[in-house]
Design a protein. Structure first.
Length: 499
């Protein structure tokens, strides 16, 4: 076997093995370097995997030489490779930013363990996407979740412990529901291999056991996804976690949960069962609309900007869920595309806020007075990220909403297009609140002087800002991959290619 043939397992193994190395080294800078190398190694693997499956082919890797479905299989298709790219790219960007930020926010004696937990969270998220085994999805989900609880609890604010505990309770309930759902499927089919499940389920689909499994999986994945109204763990987790943890989780964790929903509901249960026989599409449509409107409304009234962006994430998840609910290739394309675009915009915004925390020690709205003139590059990044959240061309946010509006109008569902427009107007209001304070209010004379963030922080922030604009103009990779992945999920021919 050549080196390239081992990429499906190497992308998970490298960060998994690097985690204990960070603890053994127990030196902050060496631990950061190991974590950075591991993240960029995973990014290289993700790029190589995506290049191999762009033509619609599937990579199957049998662990230990045991053929599926008896052995565990890693299975990478276009959707999986696309999500692997999102997760590994955001991990690399966040860790590039992390050195100064972590030294500022985490006690020195905990930094090595912090990076170890970060790598475990990364390995868990990558494993969820790479595995072709339903039970392994649960195993990797627990690895990433347990590491995430530890990462959130290391926030400087004492409320971080409460946020981590709340996330632990809700996450445990979600994982239990997912495990019960997988158990029901195994009871009816005798297999845990996802491809095998997809082939065997149609014969037993008309049973209460399968329907119950579907319901348990829907609720469990909905909790992990922070889908309205199962999102209550998310605002505190994002608001009080260390800066790079907020950025990483906001950009990746919910995207992987959406991937799991797509994989189970459309890939395993099938489009006809999930979106037509079960009332799944209508439930998602109602919850998506409520998520967009309630998340955006609550965000307007937040004084903590990280918490504001957390509620904004609830609204953005609503857009993705609404895309799936449309139950067409165009709708699923919009959902998959927004996974990628939302990672870019929220990654840029949370990292920019990490730079603000580094200089100010706070992200409360009143403390940002006049900051636009004292940290011009950082706040300019917030401006571009905010415009992307609103959906202003030529940012990635506009591309996502454009494809979502096209999908709803194909059905003649103009009220849903109106919901998307209202969500954008509400986003304009809460983004304007930040910009008005930063640029139009003078900095208090009693406030200590503030200087721009270090270059080591600004570079990864602006790489993501540039990506927000670049992928809003050159959509071949993002839109093209999303269209082909959606077509494979829905069992239809791909739509016209992106320009």
């Amino acid at each position: 076997m050549s080196f390239l043939e081992h990429l499906p397992v190497l992308i998970v193994i490298v960060p998994l093995m690097a985690a204990p190395i960070c603890v053994l080294l127990d030196r902050p800078r060496l631990a950061w370097l190991v974590a950075l190398i591991a993240a960029f190694s995973s990014l290289f693997c993700a790029i190589a995997l995506l290049s191999q499956v762009l033509d619609g082919s599937v990579i199957s890797y049998e662990l230990g030489g045991w053929a599926a479905p008896w052995g565990i299989e890693y299975r990478i298709d276009l959707l999986g490779a696309f999500v692997l790219l999102i997760v590994s790219a955001m991990a690399a960007a966040v860790l590039d930013f992390a050195k100064a930020s972590v030294e500022h926010e985490i006690p020195t004696d905990r930094i090595a363990r912090f990076y170890a937990a970060f790598l475990l969270a990364l390995a868990g998220l990558l494993g969820i996407v790479a595995t072709g085994d339903a039970f392994n999805v649960f195993v990797f989900l627990e690895i990433s979740s347990l590491a995430s609880y530890a990462l959130i609890s290391m926030g400087r604010d004492r409320r971080a412990l409460n946020a981590a505990f709340q996330y632990l309770v809700m996450g445990t309930i979600g994982a239990t529901f997912i495990l019960i759902g997988i158990g029901f499927l195994y009871m009816m089919t005798g297999t845990l291999n996802m491809q095998d499940l997809a082939e065997r389920l149609p014969a037993v689909a008309d049973t209460n056991t399968v329907r119950a499994g579907f319901a348990f999986l829907t609720v469990g994945i909905g909790l992990k996804l922070a889908m309205f109204p199962l999102h209550l763990w998310l605002p505190n987790a994002y608001a009080y976690a260390p800066s790079i943890v907020s950025a990483f989780l906001a950009a990746t964790a919910t995207k992987v949960a959406l991937y799991v929903m797509l994989r189970f509901m459309l890939g395993i249960f099938g489009v006809d069962f999930s979106l037509h026989e079960m009332p799944f599409a209508w439930i998602l449509m109602v919850l998506g609309v409520l998520g967009i409107l309630s998340g955006s409304l609550v965000a307007i009234y937040q004084d903590n900007v990280k918490r504001m962006l957390a509620y904004s994430s609830v609204a953005q998840i609503g857009y993705m869920v609404l895309g799936i609910a449309i139950a067409t290739t165009a709708g699923v394309t919009a959902a998959v595309l927004h996974m990628f675009n939302h990672a870019l915009m929220k990654g840029a915004l949370f990292l920019a806020l990490g730079a603000v925390v580094y200089r100010l020690g706070s992200v409360r709205l009143n403390d940002l007075s006049g900051l636009g003139w004292h940290m011009p590059w950082t706040m300019a990044a917030v401006v571009v990220g905010g415009l992307s959240l609103i959906g202003v061309p030529p940012t990635v946010g506009f591309i996502s909403k454009w494809y979502l509006v096209i999908a709803v109008l194909e059905h003649g569902w103009w009220p849903l297009a109106l919901v998307v427009l209202i969500g954008s107007v509400l986003a304009l209001i809460y983004v304007w609140r930040v910009l008005e304070v930063a640029y139009l209010r003078p900095r208090p004379a009693s406030a200590p002087p503030v200087s721009e963030a270090p270059l080591s922080m600004l570079i990864p922030v602006w790489l993501l800002v540039i990506a927000n604009i670049y992928f809003g103009i050159a959509t071949h990779l993002s839109v093209g991959s999303a269209e082909r992945a959606a077509a494979l999920l829905m069992g239809t021919a791909p739509m016209g290619g992106a320009q």
